[in-house]
Ligand binder design. Structure first.
Ligand code: SF4
Ligand code: SF4
Length: 220
């Protein structure tokens, strides 16, 4: 999931100070789980805007905000409110914000959140980064633990000389990614494979932006 965090509200109010009427758009998926773009957060934003003399023409939590066509269809039911809107505040990730830009080229669109990273919810409201979207996954070779993301240096053949009692030199609170990989592969009976493993240089060209996947083409 995409982990989002709320932008500073005072700064957001300053950014949109010239607009009068607002429509709030959330997302029922990642942003709802992050507590940044579900019904409670939209209600909170509505109250904040109204307390600052603004009009809120409508609010809506899209099923999947980054799905442009689906969101466009869902918002047809809010045509009247959107026609009376001069600014949409999107309370999901950056992709959701850009869906709104694409659907409403004539209306100003502003993000209420910062998109932080791709991660997992490990406990309620606790999120850990797990994947850097490198485009050339090596989890099949590293016991399912990602050194590109879990190691602050992204070292492919670790550990580095800074590992200390199994922890990363960056912080004693972070276990060395390569110690984790070693332990995990050991549990799978693959210690020998670990010791012999030399990862090839990665295909970093797969992470050159902007990327596009055409799944329909790939199915042919
Ligand atoms: S190797 Fe690349 S794609 Fe696989 S989890 Fe790590 S960053 Fe993500
Ligand atoms: S100690 Fe381990 S996790 Fe930290 S930088 Fe070195 S190899 Fe990476």
């Amino acid at each position: 999931m995409i982990i989002t965090e709320k932008k500073d509200r005072a700064k957001l109010l300053e950014t949109v100070k010239d607009y009068k009427s607002f429509f709030l758009l959330g997302c029922s998926e990642c942003a709802t789980l992050c507590g940044t773009g579900g019904e409670p957060e939209l209600k909170e934003m509505k109250e904040l805007l109204e307390a600052n003399g603004k009009t809120v023409t409508g609010t809506f939590v899209a099923k999947t905000g980054c799905q442009v066509l689906g969101t466009k269809v869902e918002l047809k039911g809010h045509k009247e409110a959107l026609e009376a809107t001069d600014c949409i505040i999107v309370m999901s990730c950056g992709a959701g914000t850009q869906s709104a830009v694409e659907i409403f080229p004539q209306i100003a669109v502003y993000p209420a959140n910062n998109s932080a990273f791709l991660g997992n919810m490990t406990r309620l409201q606790m999120f850990d980064e797990r994947c850097s979207l490198c485009g050339d996954c090596i989890l099949d070779q590293t016991g399912g633990i990602c050194p590109v993301t879990a190691c602050p240096k992204g070292i492919l053949n670790g550990p580095c000389g800074g590992t200390n009692d199994g922890n990363c030199e960056i912080s004693p609170d972070i276990k060395c990614a390569w110690v984790r990989i070693y332990e995990r592969m050991g549990k799978l009976g693959k210690t020998v494979e670990f010791k012999e493993m030399v990862l090839e240089p990665k295909r970093w060209s797969a992470s050159i932006k902007p990327r596009r996947v055409n799944a329909r083409e790939e199915k042919k």
